[in-house]
Design a protein. Structure first.
Length: 453
């Protein structure tokens, strides 16, 4: 499939509020590993079927740079910083796609460029169809439409028009409909709008210059001002106004994993329609997710029960689209429950909060092989470190030492220190913090391998 070069853009900047409490602002749904690999890793692996690693760019939030790098490395590949396009703020899909197309065009010229959201389930056979749609993309902006399996209201719809070689001209785009309209659209041969596309960069820029000249000119500059571009979707900003849009139908398994209803639909179920690792008695059509707790469900129907360790969501499966309203309530209170998991991922590894009370906090710190935390100090807390696995390289002031499993050390308030893993296996440390202020912003960095000084 790789005899003709094809670029790929992966859109990975969303925060996934409808999958809270599993998805958080600082580690959203595309990076979650609910079944082995993350949604982002699955998308990257699919993109490799039509693109080399050098031909893939990822557009994401600047806070997710190392989530992208680490998860690509877990797949056995490396991704250059020039292929990670960091949004200072979310600007919807048209600016993100324009940036990605511009980068690939400047490097590879007018090769076909495919666009993939990072949180979809997709039949692998679709990649052959996408690759083979390149001739259609020489004259058209190509969108891939999914043949509906039910009159769902969570997707936009596309009405195919005149037959073209390899697809159809798009006659009309329709917004997410109500139940009656959704059935009407399905019966009339409409397709779901998948959010996947294939473009010739030159055709894309011709249409962008015609309908969004300000955006075209901004991305013609060597260093575009991303914060100043218009926030608009590619549907509104380009596809719905251009007369050069084609749709290619895909009658394959596909799902936009944007809600717990969608996760439920894509999960294995028992004879009563229940999904998840739980004991179900007198219950049907429920979805349960819990990492650690044993869950028993008695006399429940059509319910989502989601336990993330620090938060529990119970809701009607048909109302999971409204979860973002709950997130808004917590966010308006300044509650970090919307931002962070108990396990927080960092460029060097991760830490998990085991217990947090006034004046003390206990963490399990995992440092990946050959990674080092910043050289730092804290003004308001001391720390005890106990190694439980691996070997730690510890710098305290001007002294450096190695400590192994079962050994410990103490870091006093105001002491410059650094923790690292010089070994080939993950380092695990239990960290006990003691002090009157234990928040993450009590840190002064002097040196850092990840540019955070």
């Amino acid at each position: 499939m790789k005899n003709i070069s094809t670029g790929s853009i992966i859109l990975a900047g969303g925060v996934g509020t409808r999958l809270w409490p599993l998805s958080r602002e600082q580690f959203p749904k595309q990076f979650l590993k609910l079944n082995g690999a993350s949604f982002f890793q699955d998308t990257y692996t699919r993109a490799l079927r039509i693109s080399s690693p050098e031909e893939i760019v990822v557009v994401t939030n600047e806070n997710f740079r190392y989530h992208v790098k680490n998860q690509v490395e877990e797949l056995g590949y490396s991704i250059d910083d020039s292929r990670i396009l960091l949004e200072s703020e979310g600007k919807n899909t048209l600016p993100a796609i324009t940036w990605g197309v511009r980068v690939l065009y400047d490097i590879f010229g007018d090769i076909p460029v495919a666009v993939f959201p990072s949180d979809h389930i997709l039949d692998e056979k679709a990649m052959d169809i996408i690759k083979n749609s390149a001739p259609l993309a020489k004259k058209n902006l190509v969108v891939f439409g999914i043949k509906p399996t039910a009159p769902l209201t969570g997707y936009g719809y596309i009405k195919p028009g005149e037959a073209l070689d390899g697809g159809f001209a798009v006659k009309e785009f329709k917004e997410k409909p109500g139940p009656e309209k959704a059935k009407e659209y399905m019966d009339s041969g409409y397709l779901w709008n998948s959010g996947m596309f294939l473009f010739s960069p030159e055709v894309f820029f011709e249409e962008l210059k015609k309908y969004r000249p300000d955006m075209y000119e901004e991305f013609e500059r060597p260093h575009p001002d991303y914060s100043g571009v218009e926030s608009i979707s590619i549907d509104y900003g380009l596809l719905e106004v251009s007369d050069r849009v084609a749709v290619v139908p895909l009658a394959l398994r596909w799902n936009d994993l944007g809600s717990f209803r969608a996760l439920y639909e894509n999960s294995g179920k028992d004879d009563n329609g229940n999904a998840g690792d739980a004991e179900f008695v007198g219950s049907e059509n429920n979805f349960v997710y819990s990492k650690d707790k044993k869950v028993a469900v008695l006399g429940m129907t059509n319910t989502a029960i989601i336990d993330s360790g620090d938060a529990l969501l119970v809701c009607d499966l048909d109302n999971t689209e409204s979860v973002k309203e709950l997130v808004g309530i917590y966010a308006s209170r300044g509650d970090d429950i919307t931002k962070y998991h108990l396990t927080v991922h960092r460029p060097w590894g991760s830490y998990t909060i085991l217990e947090s009370k006034e004046f003390f906090k206990i963490k399990r710190v995992t440092v990946n092989p050959m990674k080092y935390l910043s050289l730092q100090l804290h003004h308001h807390r001391s720390e005890h470190w106990v190694v439980v696995s691996g070997t730690a390289e510890v710098q305290l002031g001007d002294k450096t030492m190695n400590i192994s499993r079962g050994q410990s050390t103490f870091v006093g308030e105001g002491v410059v220190h650094r923790l690292g893993n010089p070994g080939k296996i993950p380092l695990e440390v239990i960290e006990i913090q003691i002090g009157e202020y234990l928040e993450e912003d009590d840190i002064v960095r002097f040196d850092d391998d990840f540019g955070r000084v």
